[in-house]
Design a protein. Sequence first.
Length: 273
Amino acid sequence: MTRYIVLVGPAGSGKSTLAKTLAELASRRGPKTIIVNFDPAAEVLPYDPHIDVRDYVSVQDFMKKGLGPNGALIASVASIVNYVDEIIDEINKYSADLTIIDTPGQLELFAYRSSGPVIINTIIGEDPAVTLFLIDAPFFEDPLSIVSALSLASSVAVRMRLPQLNIATKSDLLLPEVIEEIIPRLSEEGYLESLIEDVPGIDYNIKLLALHLAAAVRDSGFIGEILPASIYDEELIKTVYARILQIISQGEEPSVETITEEEDKESEGGSVD
């Protein structure tokens, strides 16, 4: 049995970089870890994928049929359904403890269309899994952007139907008070609403909508904890990794590794096993 980590988030939010960083950390600590590139339009990746959907589908082939870049990506992802059995066989051959799936930045594939969630969940099957929804640092600089990001994250959670962690990526770009004060308090009753109320010059109807959305994501318990992460802060990455293990071990002690720093192994050149 493998355990799955599915990275979802807007383009540029750092999915591929975080996939590489988590894989390197996991491999140093013991679990055999592989990365699946689920983005058929990826041009450059910071890692060498163990399994690559570009081996099965081509965005360029759909563009030759007259589709634009976005339409071609949507069509090519949908066509992956024809190769799910082959992809599952490839994953099984590795007998990995952890499988990281790095997805495209076109969120409509997971928030609004059925193809993304259906294919991902077919691959996962009954194995333990968690979705990491990445929220780029600039979203936390404005209360309305926070509401927008959390609303989109909640849409992905509903469609994916998996446990989900919301991750504030590139947190090294955030002011300390955002990390220490604002993010930890977002799940407090009335806190996000108070931030919205303080934003000047908002149309009344927009403010009312934002307040209702803020209350909805909080009252549903969806906000939960939002974990900051930066590839330049190893302790933050370790915290994210430990939380992932708690979720995908389903309340059991992870048997694939220990998470004590003393047992970290030095990786050669930071490569993934």
